[in-house]
Design a protein around this ligand. Structure first.
Ligand code: SAM
Length: 436
């Protein structure tokens, strides 16, 4: 039969649901009779959906490929904005389970014809009377189409308990609507040749139900109701990485911030090497983490007792931590290092990239953080990002210098420099306190 239709009939049925999802944007979707979870596999790429649930009575079918529902590595690289959880249950659609109440969309693709007629009654009561989803899509074979299927005698599948004509399907659907407060429209997939279309209808007939009153008027039991029923067995559950998870949000944000800060810095450096720019001023540093002591005292200028705060008020000097949101650029910074008891003056380039500038240059940074205050907050304890002391800008050192310092820090960690600097460390600690 597959060769009769292009695309194959099962794909057309799933495509019908995917198109509905694109239009209607349901957040919670349950697929009854999910079998090997083909539809769920497709639906997980639709980013509006936040909860996807599959139910089937057949354990072997569900478990066969359920691990393919685990997030792909790309989901970690580009996490979704909204969350997604997938849950698979073993259970019968004739039984109630409180976890399936209040969904936006319930699908049941080629399932009801596998139920004895008495169970179809129970199915109607469970789906429309208890689960009360906003929308329901049910597909089932249209027996009027069967004479067009080559070589078919009897039902299309040995497990089918019945196959309905269009009138039979519609009669059942209308009764359900009347009883449980729904409206229904009929359509289908798998077209007959044009001359026979009207006479035989679609190969798979589809009913699309909408609850009267739509999303309003839901009467779902609260989760602490003692009469709740849990008859399904949870087989599989997975949560996809999403930006709603603060750790993931922070990781993505940090990548963006570092990328854009480096990009802006490179632009400034290029300008600088192209002929100098008066905005790049000589800066003095008050702190330098090196060789096991926190901060070297400023010794570059004669007026060495000025505090960091005072220094920012002067026109020429800047110090680490002094950049504010309207101060950006690359600064030459001088600092002292101690090597074997000999203090040496060195210089390096430091860039200060204001967070406000990052927000305005990169829409993703702005949308991920939501506000400048949030951005600052999210970056505060982030080890890979150094903020200026007032937290208004990202501070970037020249990469090679950074590496060199990291190497020296490693030496320090190995104990190599410990002996010669342990006493000096205490003195410097006091100096730093004074500067603050
Ligand atoms: N919906 C699937 C799809 O679109 O690929 C195919 C469904 S398959 C034809 C019918 C499924 O219904 C089977 O996986 C079967 O195990 C399941 N099923 C039959 N009776 C059921 C019941 N009472 N409760 C839940 N699932 C049932």
């Amino acid at each position: 039969m597959a060769s009769l239709f292009s695309p194959p009939l099962h794909r057309q049925r799933h495509q019908f649901i995917i198109d509905f999802v694109k239009r209607d944007k349901p957040k919670k979707v349950v697929d009854l009779g999910c079998s090997k979870c083909c539809l769920i596999k497709n639906l997980r790429f639709h980013r509006e959906i936040e909860l996807l649930v599959g139910v089937d009575i057949n354990l072997a079918k569900v478990t066969k490929k359920m691990h393919e529902l685990a997030p792909l590595s790309t989901e970690y690289l580009q996490p979704r904005c909204s969350p997604l959880s997938i849950e698979l249950y073993q259970g019968s659609v004739t039984e109630k389970d409180a976890r399936l109440r209040g969904f936006d969309l319930l699908t049941s693709v080629e399932l009801i014809e596998h139920l004895p007629l008495a169970d179809v009654e129970r199915f109607s009561e469970v789906v429309f009377g208890y689960m009360t989803p906003v929308s329901v899509i049910i597909s089932t074979p249209n027996s009027e189409f069967n004479p067009l299927l080559p070589g078919l005698t009897g039902f299309r599948h040995s497990d089918h308990k019945f196959e309905w004509t269009r009138a039979e399907f519609q009669s059942w659907a209308m009764k359900v609507c009347e009883e449980f407060g729904y409206e229904v429209q009929f359509t289908g997939v798998g077209q007959a040749p044009p001359v026979q279309q009207e006479r035989v209808g679609f190969c798979s007939q589809i009913a699309v139900f909408q609850r009267r009153g739509g999303r309003l008027g839901l009467n779902v039991q609260s989760s602490d109701d003692p009469n709740q029923v849990f008859s399904y067995k949870l087989l599989y559950s997975v949560t996809y990485p999403s930006l709603r998870d603060n750790n993931i949000l922070r990781r993505v944000l940090v990548c963006e911030v570092l990328y854009w800060a480096e990009k802006l810095k490179r632009g400034w450096m290029e300008k600088k090497t192209d002929g100098g720019d008066e905005t790049y001023t000589l800066s003095k540093t008050l702190s330098k983490r090196r060789f096991g002591f926190e901060n070297m005292h400023e010794r570059l200028e004669p007026d060495m007792d000025r505090t960091c705060e005072e220094e920012t008020k002067t026109s020429a000097g800047r110090c680490e931590g002094a950049a504010s949101e309207d101060e950006e650029g690359v600064y030459e910074e001088a600092f002292w290092t101690d090597s074997g008891g000999q203090e040496t003056k060195q210089r390096r380039y430091v860039s200060c990239v204001p967070l406000a500038l990052l927000c305005s240059s990169c829409p993703k940074v702005s949308s991920l953080s939501g506000s400048l205050t949030n951005l600052r907050h999210l970056l505060l304890d982030e080890p890979s990002v150094t903020l200026t002391q007032d937290g208004s800008a990202v501070r970037l050192m020249d990469k090679e210098q950074e590496q060199e310092e990291a190497d020296n820090d490693d030496l320090e960690d190995s104990g190599y420099t410990e002996m010669s600097h342990c006493s000096l460390g205490a003195v410097q600690e006091e100096d730093w306190e004074a500067d603050l």
